[in-house]
Write a protein that binds this ligand. Structure first.
Ligand code: SAM
Length: 402
C-alpha cells in the first residue's frame, strides 16, 4: 500500500524525523502543495500542527508560519525542530549543556524510589523494566535540574520524548498497549545509551542544517480559539481522523517525562480541549453538540447497526456527532483567518463503524460550504484499510475563500 501522505517518508529526513509521529504526514508530500498554493513571503497556518511537518516545510520554503497544537509535548517538539537550524551558531554551548545533562543523568534514583515515583504518576501501572526506569528517571531529573536556555531544554526534552515509548514495555498504537514479555527490550537495553545516540544525531543535524530566519509563531494552543488574524494565504492541515486515536493517552510517557503532566489525572483537562476524535474524548467534551441532520443520519445508522452487537460502544454515535460539531468550529475559524482568495487544503480520511461507512470527506465538504467556502477539488491521495479490511481512502479537500 502506498505510504504517500504518511509520516513514513519523514523518518530519515534530518530534523523532520526527530520524533516519530504515526499521525503525521511527510515533508515531500506537502512541499508540492505549498508551492502550488503560495509564493515566498506568504502566510501559512496549520491549526493541528502535530509534529510540525507543515511548520518546518513552509519555513524551509521561506513562508511565514503560524500554528496551533493542543498537546504540550508536541508543541515542545515543534519548538525544538523549528529552532534547530538557528542553533547552528550556538553548537558549542549546546554541546556543553548536553554533556552536563549526560553527566548528571548518571545519578539515578534507587529502584524503590523510582517505582514509587512511577506508581504515583500512573496509579500503580508499571511502564519500564527496573534498570530502564532508573535510567529514564535519571535523564528526566537531569533535564529538569540543569538550568540553561529554554531552546536547549526543548532539544533535550524532544530527544528524551523520542525514546520514551521504545524504552518501555509498552507499544504505541491508537493508545499505548502492553507488549507481550517476548517483545520486551533485551537485558542490555539502556535508555541512557539510546538518549546519547539520539542527541548526538540531533547535534549533527543542527550542525549540517542551513541557517534559517525563524518566522514560526504559535498562534494559540487550540484550533477552536478565535483569533484576530486575517492575513493567511494557505491553511494546510491534517485534522484528527474519526478513528479513535487517543492523542494524549498515547503520548502520556512523553508528557510525563518532559514535565507537562505530573500524573495521568492531568490528562483529563487536556482531553476536554482536544478535538473529539477518539472514544475517550467523548465524555470529557464540554462543547454543546450541534445536531446537523446530515450527520445525524449516520449517527443513527451506527446506533441501529451497533445495538445488536455484543461489543457495541454507545459512545461511537456521540463521537461522530461531536467530531462534526467541532469541525464546524475550526473550519469557521480558518475561514475568518484566510484572506479573500486564500485556500484551505485539508488532509482527511473516511471511517467505518459496525459496517457503516462514514464519508468524513463528504460531510466535511458540506460543513465547509456551510461556513462560506467554495470546494475546488477533492484530490485522491491513497487507499487505506479499515479494521475489518474494507477499503477506505485519504483525500485532500481543497477549499477556496471567495
Ligand atoms: C493528525 S495529527 C496532525 C499531524 C501533522 N499533520 C504532522 O504532520 O505532524 C492531529 C493533531 O491535532 C492535535 N489536536 C487535537 N485537538 C486539537 C485542538 N483542539 N487544537 C489544536 N490541535 C489539536 C493533536 O494533538 C494532533 O497532534
Amino acid at each position: 500500500m502506498s505510504t504517500k501522505g504518511t509520516f513514513k517518508d519523514n523518518k530519515n529526513v534530518p530534523i523532520h524525523g526527530w520524533y516519530p509521529y504515526v499521525e503525521g504526514f511527510a515533508r515531500n508530500f506537502i512541499l508540492e502543495i505549498i508551492e502550488e498554493f503560495t509564493k515566498k513571503g506568504e502566510n501559512i497556518h496549520d491549526p493541528f500542527a502535530g509534529t510540525g511537518t507543515t511548520v518546518l516545510t513552509a519555513n524551509e520554503l521561506e513562508r511565514n508560519v503560524t500554528y496551533s497544537e493542543i498537546n504540550p509535548f508536541m508543541r515542545q517538539v515543534i519548538r525544538a525542530k523549528s529552532i534547530a537550524p538557528s542553533l547552528n551558531s550556538n553548537i558549542e554551548e549546546l554541546s556543553q549543556y548536553i554533556e552536563d545533562v549526560l553527566e548528571e543523568a548518571k545519578k539515578t534514583p534507587n529502584l524503590e524510589e523510582a517505582r514509587t515515583i512511577e506508581s504515583k504518576a500512573f496509579r500503580g501501572t508499571e511502564y519500564y523494566q527496573d534498570e530502564a526506569l532508573k535510567e529514564i528517571l535519571g535523564l528526566k531529573n537531569a533535564i529538569h535540574k540543569i538550568s540553561t536556555r529554554e531552546e536547549f531544554k526543548d532539544i533535550a526534552a524532544c530527544a528524551l520524548g523520542s525514546i520514551a515509548v521504545q524504552s518501555s514495555t509498552w507499544v504505541r498504537a491508537s493508545d499505548l498497549r502492553k507488549r507481550v514479555p517476548q517483545k520486551y527490550n533485551p537485558e542490555n537495553f539502556s535508555p541512557y545509551d539510546e538518549f546519547e545516540m539520539k542527541i548526538n544525531q540531533f547535534l549533527k543535524d543542527i550542525q549540517e542544517s542551513k541557517e534559517q530566519k525563524v518566522k514560526v509563531n504559535l498562534l494559540s494552543d487550540s484550533a477552536f480559539d478565535k483569533t484576530e488574524k486575517r492575513d493567511i494565504d494557505l491553511v494546510l492541515t491534517s485534522p484528527p481522523y474519526v478513528n479513535g486515536t487517543n492523542y494524549f493517552r498515547n503520548t502520556k510517557l512523553e508528557l510525563w517525562l518532559t514535565g507537562a503532566i505530573n500524573s495521568s489525572n492531568d490528562l483529563s483537562d487536556l482531553r476536554t480541549s482536544a478535538m473529539t476524535a477518539g472514544i475517550n474524548t467523548v465524555s470529557s467534551r464540554d462543547r454543546e453538540i450541534n445536531n446537523f441532520s446530515f450527520v445525524n443520519n449516520y449517527a443513527k445508522k451506527i446506533e441501529n447497526a451497533g445495538m445488536s452487537r455484543e461489543n457495541y460502544d454507545k459512545r461511537i454515535p456521540k463521537l461522530v456527532r461531536g467530531y462534526f460539531t467541532d469541525s464546524k468550529i475550526w473550519l469557521e475559524n480558518m475561514y475568518n483567518m484566510l484572506k479573500s482568495g486564500g485556500h484551505a487544503v485539508i488532509d482527511i480520511g473516511d471511517s467505518k463503524f459496525y459496517g457503516i461507512h462514514i464519508p468524513v470527506d463528504e460531510l466535511l465538504i458540506d460543513i465547509g460550504i456551510s461556513v462560506g467556502f467554495k470546494l475546488i477539488e477533492s484530490r485522491f491521495v491513497r487507499k487505506r484499510n479499515s479494521n475489518d479490511g474494507s477499503p477506505l481512502k485519504q483525500v485532500l479537500l481543497i477549499f477556496k475563500k471567495i
